[in-house]
Ligand binder design. Structure first.
Ligand code: GDP
Ligand code: MG
Length: 440
């Protein structure tokens, strides 16, 4: 590879400008990746709209490496929606600090009560767990077990006192905490399998009774697309000051985090990552953004776009295109390479400057490659290198040899000529190394 050409590519990679269609292609991929990560559609639309606007602004056009800039914009927007800075728990000026937990059944509230109290105890607080879930018969027992594991006290109605009134229990627990000098009260509440009016009413009444400093909405990260509606319902029904995302140890892709933070505007304060009481940590917006980027495959996509055309191979091709020695063998190799790329259409969207080619590839047909292979393999070496040799009788021979018709052979030669012409144009305008998509 000549030094001059190598320099050309290096410049393309670092100084490329992104056109509107480049940005649209990338934004399409981001959109798909976010939907794959289970981010709600309305959030995705909103998000990609903002990324597109910024990606097309001067901020990026002036950048040395636009592709890298786009990734950075995506990251910044993600971190922004996720609350930017890490949000800490608010403590009351006059103890006790009251923290109420709300959320659907199975979200992980009771487990969180244990985790939170253990963590607070370690920080020097004296927490009290309050059993205001009197719905399920064993809920109080479960909270007591968790409290014992965490080494903290629990406030619960006396057993055998009938069903009990969770609002009264919650209210009484505050007085109890005041007299016994507990400085943080964590009120565990009942959940239902789905959102319902009675549940909201009870949670709302408990809220009024205890006047909490924090109401933490606990949500299972695996809930996926339901996250938005559940979060909205709780925001309307009870309202909350912060969010706790649970079950992040599962294969949840983090989309729920983005959806909930985006539609409620409430910060995510903690992340729960397992069943054990220590599987719990303050939530870091930047880490979650990376997780969404990673799992959403956005970075991978861009890397794929870079390596899809195997570097060495595409350099050789580029050299040939530039020097007009692009042969039918190269054409075949290129088709095979495209096939190896996996989802061709997906890749095309990623490659700036590949707009025209994309349309051709939309109609990409696997059988066509097989046919093309057969036809090209029926040609002599000389014919492959110099398609101009292909006169009528040679074409007939090739058609017979490959089990195809002369029309098909003609069609292939035409496509090759078009491709060669296009390759030359693109090579002059500078395509092969994906302008602007330098190493991330
Ligand atoms: P609640 O109905 O909201 O009180 O939910 P629970 O605290 O009873 O939790 C429901 C189930 O989820 C239990 O089996 C917990 O062990 C489990 N769980 C809670 N948090 C997590 C978590 O972060 N990761 C995993 N894997 N399981 C969790
Ligand atoms: Mg519970």
């Amino acid at each position: 590879l000549s030094d001059r050409l190598a320099d050309t590519f290096r410049n393309l990679r670092t100084k490329g400008k992104l056109s509107a269609s480049d940005v649209d292609g990338t934004v399409r991929e981001i959109r798909r990746a976010l939907l794959d990560a289970d981010v709600a559609l309305e959030v995705v639309k909103d998000f990609t709209g903002r990324v597109r606007e910024r990606a097309l602004s001067d901020e990026v056009n002036k950048a040395l490496n636009p592709a890298q800039q786009v990734v950075q914009i995506v990251n910044e927007e993600l971190v922004g929606i996720l609350g930017g800075q890490q949000r800490r728990l608010e403590f009351a000026k006059n103890p006790p600090t009251v923290i109420m937990l709300a959320g659907l059944q199975g979200a992980g509230k009771t487990t969180l009560a244990g985790k939170l109290s253990k963590w607070l105890a370690k920080e020097g607080h004296k927490p009290l767990l309050v059993a205001a879930d009197l719905q399920r018969p064993n809920a109080v027992t479960q909270l007591s077990v968790v409290a014992e594991q965490a080494g903290v006290a629990v406030y619960a109605p006396e057993p055998g006192n009938g069903v009990g009134d969770p609002v009264k229990v919650a209210k009484d627990s505050i007085k109890f905490a005041e007299t016994k000098m507990y400085d943080v009260v964590i009120v565990d509440t009942a959940g239902r399998l789905g959102v319902d009016a009675e549940l909201m009413k009870q949670a709302s009444n408990i809220r009024k009774a205890v006047n909490p400093d924090e109401v933490l909405f606990v949500i299972d990260a695996m809930i996926g697309q339901d996250a938005v509606n559940t979060a909205k319902a709780f925001q309307e029904g009870v309202d909350f000051t912060g969010v706790v995302l649970t079950k992040l140890d599962g294969d949840a892709r983090g989309g729920a985090a983005l959806s909930v933070a985006s539609v409620t505007g409430r910060p995510i304060i903690f992340a729960s990552t397992g069943e054990g009481l220590d599987d719990f940590e303050p939530f870091h917006p930047d880490r979650m953004a990376s997780r969404i980027l990673d799992l959403g495959d956005i970075l991978t996509l861009i890397e794929q776009a870079q390596s899809a055309f195997d570097e060495e191979e595409s350099r050789k091709l580029a050299e040939k295109m530039a020097t007009d020695s692009f042969t039918l063998d190269d054409f075949l190799k290129q088709m095979q390479q495209l096939r190896n790329m996996g989802s061709i259409k997906k890749m095309m969207g990623m490659l700036p400057g590949m707009g025209q080619m994309k349309d051709q590839l939309e109609n990409f047909d696997e059988r066509e490659i097989v046919r093309t292979e057969a036809i090209i393999q029926s040609m002599t070496k000389a014919e492959r290198e110099n398609p101009k040799l292909l006169n009528g009788s040679r074409r007939l021979r090739i058609a017979k040899g490959s089990g195809s018709t002369v029309t098909e052979v003609n069609g292939l030669v035409n496509r090759f000529e078009q491709a060669a012409k296009m390759m030359k144009t693109v090579a002059k305008g500078g395509m092969p190394q994906i302008p602007g998509m330098g190493p991330i």
